[in-house]
Unconditional design. Structure first.
Length: 444
């Protein structure tokens, strides 16, 4: 199969976007003046300050005018190029509506650019919105968990040492079967040394069956550590499952934590917390959530080579509703697309995203547009790497890189979540969407 890399994923700087996207052709005099207090501060509060504040992960604070003003030109550059806020979905192809979309609108980018071009004025301090209140760093985005599982003791990461991948099994003391409606992993100590965290469900029957969660082996991913539950990496938020769906966790189940830790030049203790929110006791959801990876069988990056493509495939055993798409690569990752190849042979791009190693973003489809896929659909993940000096994150373009767990190695996969549907439910939802589109078209 041939597949052309979309031009918008070529990492060229969109210089044309530096001009006002919504006001092209208008004179500056026709535009209302833009000030920090009235126009810019609300945008920073909504989209930027969660990270850009003291004690958070961003390198500078943008809470006040005095803090933001020195960074005005950098702000303009980053937002015009759509580097910040971190949201790398290609806006020219595939699904465009996501429940966790943090990107700026064209109008917001225009406001920020015009503010900088006008000299970054403060304006009337009385126009400033009230300061945004930020909860503690360990905020649970899934709501207050019913169960919090932590490591029994800190893992000490030495100042200088090879990467390590400890597997730690923890018993959360579950006494009854429950369905999970939300799950989140938070590094509670040493987030600077945590590359990623993978948690798995290890049921009492896993020893004999390989997986005790379901008879539908195709619906789950089973590893040596049990059935995949959730993953954390920088930029990953909590997962709240759609209404009427959940993940089963049985009484007596243990949680396996697999951590990828790397030294940061300073001895650092690391610990994490897994939070679970449950449906009420006895509740059985209509749909059971499944998660897995679609990975390329091998990665081979030759020195000084760009646009190195790899492909992974997964056949859906039944009709399904795709819930989220998360590219996963390392420093040389460049872009990733997810394609659906339907049983009739038609192919459709569902999502494409540029990749930045510091932001492992899980793109959660909005309910009304989450892809509905018939039985027999092939999910096709297409990944590109850049092993050249043009890649600013590449530590060594002279090296030949293959698959591996270390940060200096590479991966090539897509993390996906979905639930299977009956043929009747699939057909009903397809017809409902078709009817909605017809109504929207007829009322224009």
């Amino acid at each position: 199969m041939r597949f052309v890399l979309p031009a918008s994923l070529a990492f060229a700087l969109v210089i044309a976007a530096a001009s006002s996207p919504l006001h092209a052709g208008q004179s500056a005099a026709a535009q209302a003046p833009v000030t920090f207090a009235k126009d810019v501060a609300p945008i920073l509060q909504k989209n930027c300050q969660a990270c850009h504040r003291p004690g958070s992960i961003a390198p500078m604070s943008l809470l006040t005018y005095e803090e933001a003003r020195p960074w005005a030109r950098a702000i303009r550059q980053q937002v015009v190029q759509r580097v910040m806020p971190p949201w790398y979905i290609d806006k020219n192809v595939g699904v465009q509506h996501f429940s966790n979309d943090r990107s700026l609108t064209d109008q917001e980018i225009d406001i920020l650019a015009r503010w900088v071009d006008a000299g970054a004025p403060l304006g009337n301090p009385a126009d400033m919105p009230p300061p945004r209140h930020f909860p503690p760093e360990d905020t649970w985005q899934i709501g207050e968990p019913d169960v919090i599982v932590t490591l029994p003791k800190d893992v000490i990461v030495k100042a200088q040492a090879p990467d390590q991948w400890p597997d730690i099994l923890v018993d959360p003391g579950l006494k009854e079967d429950r369905y999970i409606k939300g799950v989140q992993i938070i590094p509670t100590k040493g987030f600077t040394v945590v590359h990623h965290i993978r948690t798995s469900i290890v049921e009492p029957t896993d020893v004999t069956r390989g997986s005790g969660q379901t008879d539908d082996v195709d619906a789950i991913e089973v590893g040596e550590q049990g059935v995949f539950l959730n993953e954390y990496a920088i930029g990953k938020q909590g997962d709240v499952f759609p209404e009427g769906s959940g993940r089963l966790i049985k009484a007596g189940t243990k949680i396996n934590f697999q951590l990828h830790l790397h030294s940061s030049g300073k001895e650092t203790p690391a610990n994490v917390a897994l939070g679970l929110t449950f449906h009420p006791p006895g509740y059985v959801p209509r749909h059971v959530i499944s998660s897995m990876t679609v990975s390329a069988p091998q990665v081979d990056l030759r020195p000084h080579t760009d646009n190195i493509r790899s492909d992974g495939y997964k056949v859906l055993a039944r009709a399904a509703r795709l819930l989220s798409f998360q590219p996963h690569m390392h420093n040389r990752g460049k872009a990733e697309c997810l394609e659906a190849i339907y049983p009739n042979g038609r192919a459709e791009i569902l999502s494409c995203a540029k990749f930045r190693f510091n932001w492992h973003i899980n793109y959660v489809y909005a309910d009304e547009v989450a892809p509905l896929l018939p039985k027999g659909t092939v999910l096709h993940a297409i990944m590109w790497h850049d092993n050249t000096a043009k890649n600013p994150f590449n530590p060594d373009p002279d090296a030949q890189i293959t698959y591996g767990q270390r940060t200096v190695d590479e991966m090539s996969s897509a993390w996906l979540s979905w639930y299977y549907m009956s043929d009747e439910d699939y057909q009903r939802e397809v017809e409902e969407r078709r009817a909605r589109r017809t109504r929207l078209t007829s009322t224009r």
